[in-house]
Design a protein around this ligand. Structure first.
Ligand code: AP5
Ligand code: MG
Ligand code: ZN
Length: 222
């Protein structure tokens, strides 16, 4: 009998995966693993997968599976992940989903629930247009919806806030196309596996977080 909990947050660019993962990880005591954050941290330092990932991220395309899957499998083999993980931005296509299922099954582990955060396209564009993130800890802010206490500075770590280079109108459009073509089919994949939990992602951050945590508890997960 397993006593850990593994969750995936699924949703379009700007749906609030990063924002909600931080809240839910804290609430349920899970380790937050965000592939986009891991890639951006590598880019900041110019180390690891940086050179391989850069050109794909700039264009709004998926970083090749072999790089991404290897990075995630290494990360989840660390001891801190044993009590449970919340995945944000991974898996993003069927190949990644199958690789994750297989790797977890090998250690008699599994994904318990996939929270699909649903947000209208109009709202996604508004959110990404006003987003600023912390260079150090990756916390997302929004000019209007969730501004930092001191302009330009992260509330959590004091780091400098910046706008992601892939949040320009052109690249956002490309990221949305990639999402609908490659990632959205996972909604069906996890529905068939009986794991999908669809959540309305619109409304205040706390409201959405409440829906997610209540939804997970209702499924008697924890
Ligand atoms: P990644 O960093 O994962 O970007 P994404 O999926 O496009 O998602 P975002 O981070 O843009 O959105 P989010 O859902 O986290 O929203 P957030 O919480 O910030 O990936 C970037 C790139 O890395 C990819 O394009 C790819 O190149 C590569 N990559 C990553 N993973 C990969 C993988 N598995 N395979 C291959 N390549 C991969 O919120 C958005 C904004 O809205 C913020 O400003 C926030 O403050 C605001 N907001 C949040 N919630 C609310 C709310 N309830 N009301 C109002 N505003 C809100
Ligand atoms: Mg994110
Ligand atoms: Zn920070």
């Amino acid at each position: 009998m397993r006593n850990n909990l593994n969750i995936i947050l699924l949703g379009a660019p700007g749906a609030g995966k990063g924002t909600q993962a931080a809240v839910v990880a804290q609430e349920l005591g899970l380790v937050h693993i965000a592939t986009g954050d891991l890639f951006r941290q590598a880019l900041e330092k110019g180390t690891g997968v940086a050179a391989q990932a850069k050109s794909y991220m700039e264009k709004g395309l998926l970083v090749p599976d072999e790089i991404t899957i290897k990075m995630v499998l290494e990360r989840i083999s660390a001891p801190d992940c044993q009590s449970g993980v919340i995945f944000d931005g991974f898996p993003r296509n069927l190949k990644q989903a199958e690789a994750l299922d297989k790797a977890l099954a090998q250690k008699e582990d599994a994904i318990d629930k996939v929270v699909y955060i649903k947000v209208s396209e109009k709202e996604l564009l508004e959110r990404l247009g006003g987003r600023w993130i912390c260079r150090k800890c990756q916390t997302p802010y929004h000019e209007v919806n969730s501004p930092p206490k001191v302009w330009g500075k992260c509330d959590k770590c004091g780091g400098e806030l910046y706008q992601r280079p892939d949040d320009t109108t052109e690249t956002v459009k490309k990221r949305l196309v990639v999402y609908f073509e490659e990632t959205a089919p996972l909604i069906d994949y996890y529905t068939k596996a009986g794991k999908l939990l669809e959540i309305d992602g619109e409304g205040a951050v706390e409201e959405v977080a409440g829906r997610i945590v209540r939804g997970l508890r209702k499924e008697a997960i924890r």
